[in-house]
Design a protein around this ligand. Structure first.
Ligand SMILES: Cc1cc2nc3c(=O)[nH]c(=O)nc-3n(C[C@H](O)[C@H](O)[C@H](O)COP(=O)(O)OP(=O)(O)OC[C@H]3O[C@@H](n4cnc5c(N)ncnc54)[C@H](O)[C@@H]3O)c2cc1C
Length: 498
């Protein structure tokens, strides 16, 4: 660690991006202070307790768990995981059920291919093509050394070699969405499975990359869950000398001329700093923290084109159940429609967290159920009064419980509601745009949203967080925090290798 003090970095937002920015700032020799509105840091990488159970509400897979890869090194730097981390012993990505028939994407790709071929010999060509390309997709890496625009020819050559097989994946699956991928198959379960995990309008290659990440052992789930990981990162930040201000909402970033002077807190006090990194939702940054006129074009375009760049949220319910429930991990199934506003949802998924014994008392487990939500749903939920919202939430949770029991009669009388939450919860808790817990979805025919994380016209203000690059998620939050610090170093003409 560099002990020479280079000035003070103020980080706004204590999610994974903010914590990563803080730790990398300390590593580069700055003082670092993080300002977080909630009583606890972590943002969307969160979990909470209810009635003696722990509800883990983030990591379904953590990209970067393969030891000694570049991304793993960054996770290790911030104290999230290391050589001693224990992972959930799961053998599948997810399963899909239609009319009693079920297929699974196993971590073992060959096992999945055999299962699919046995179920649907008439889809042989598409099945083989799909799984061959999942193997190719294992070569996909998230650049984590430095931002792409700081990379030199040598870096590009190395990246090109690492990702040698990705062009094949993009050629075959880069121009279709998950619904179109599903339509390539005749078998009813495969058709649905292909658009179960990611929304149907997501580009199909994203599904292959996600599955490949899991199958290659680079997308494991750390035991004890998301909150425990967040707390390890907070500990690292504090041990390195960082100052975390929780319960401290920020009102705006104070700009004078071409410089960010510091921040104004909600209580009216001013905090000055040499550099400011915003690690909050970009809809909050551009519009409330600073003038919307500073918003980069690519980002404005995504906010304006709601159909081309939808967002992802969920109506989620958590239950206590008996640990011997036969469904392990994640299963999608059809249900009698559930109405949210004007929209009808006909499929939901359940995830059994029995793989982590620390989440429930002995003999019990936590089960979560989820129906996908997007922009329209957010509008519906926000249109309700407080009383209507409460009643609707309870009504839909009840409908979901009934549908789970219809699908799994063995749970009758053995399923107890712990909690339920909606896209509005994410907005309230994290100021998340339209309740989205990921960045913008890239739909076919539209450019993946990304911007540099610098602000034209303000020299010392930088942006981190999952919204700087679609599709967002934990690894983007992680590297964006590091990249923001590297941009500061570059401006100071210092070595960016941290
Ligand atoms: C159900 C669910 C499942 C997920 N599954 C996965 C997964 O399997 N893999 C994966 O990679 N990702 C997953 N994600 C996404 C992942 O959690 C997010 O991408 C990531 O945590 C975003 O981090 P961030 O720091 O960019 O933003 P955030 O977590 O939103 O952090 C922003 C922070 O800013 C704070 N803030 C907001 N307003 C203010 C203010 N005025 N003043 C001060 N602070 C403020 C917020 O409280 C928050 O702490 C999942 C998320 C959810 C909810």
């Amino acid at each position: 660690m560099n002990s020479e003090n280079k000035g003070k970095v103020i980080v706004v937002g204590g999610g994974i991006a903010g914590l990563s920015a803080g730790i990398h700032a300390l590593k580069a020799g700055f003082e670092a202070e993080i300002y977080e509105k909630n009583p606890i840091a972590g943002g969307e990488c969160m979990g909470w307790n209810r009635k003696g159970y722990h509800i883990d509400n983030c990591i379904h897979w953590l990209t970067g768990t393969a030891e000694h890869t570049k991304l793993w090194e960054v996770w290790k730097t911030i104290g999230a995981i290391d050589e001693n981390t224990k992972y959930a012993d799961t053998d599948k990505f997810y399963s899909s059920r239609v009319g009693g028939q079920e297929l699974t994407l196993w971590k073992d790709i060959n096992k999945s291919q055999e299962e699919f071929l046995a179920a649907s010999p008439e889809d042989e060509e598409e099945i083989r093509k799909f799984f061959t390309h999942v193997e190719y997709a294992k070569s996909c890496v998230i650049p984590s050394d430095k931002p792409m625009d700081m990379m030199g020819v040598k870096d590009y050559i190395v990246m090109g070699k690492d990702m040698a097989n990705m062009p094949k994946v993009m050629k075959e699956y880069g121009k279709i969405n998950c619904a179109q991928l599903g339509a390539r198959f005749k078998h009813p379960v495969i058709r649905k499975l292909m658009c179960d995990y990611l929304p149907a309008d997501y580009t199909a290659y994203s599904l292959l990359v996600s599955y490949a990440t899991m199958a290659s052992g680079n997308g494991n789930i750390p035991l004890e869950g998301s909150l425990a990981m967040t707390l390890r990162i907070v500990k690292r930040f504090k041990e390195m000398g960082g100052v975390l201000h929780t319960n401290t909402p920020v009102k705006r970033i104070v700009i004078e001329g071409k410089k960010a002077k510091g921040i104004e807190l909600m209580d009216g006090s001013l905090v000055e700093g040499d550099e400011v990194i915003s690690a909050v939702d970009t809809d909050l940054l551009f519009g409330k923290f600073i003038d919307r006129k500073y918003m980069p074009k690519a980002l404005s375009k995504a906010y304006e084109q709601r159909k081309a760049y939808p967002v992802t949220s969920g109506f989620q319910v958590a239950y206590a159940i008996d640990a011997d429930f036969s469904v392990d991990d994640t299963l999608f199934f059809d249900m009698e429609p559930v109405k949210v506003g004007n929209k009808e949802y006909k499929r939901m998924f359940i995830k059994n967290y029995a793989y982590d014994k620390s989440f429930a008392p002995e003999g019990k487990a936590v089960l979560q159920a989820d129906i996908n939500q997007t922009d329209d749903d957010y509008e519906f939920w926000s249109s309700l009064t407080k009383e209507e919202y409460k009643a609707k939430k309870a009504e839909i949770a009840d409908e979901m419980t009934k549908r789970i029991v219809t699908e799994f009669p063995e749970l009758e009388g053995k399923i107890e509601l712990l909690d339920c939450w909606t896209p509005l919860t994410y907005n309230r808790y994290c100021n998340a745009y339209h309740g989205s817990y990921m960045g913008f979805v890239t739909t076919v025919g539209n450019k993946q949203m990304s911007f540099k994380g610098v602000i034209k016209g303000v020299d010392n203000l930088f942006v981190a967080g999952q919204w700087v690059m679609s599709p967002g998620g934990l690894p983007i939050a992680l590297v964006s925090g590091k990249f923001a610090v590297q941009r500061i170093l570059k401006r100071m003409k210092r070595d960016v290798n941290i």
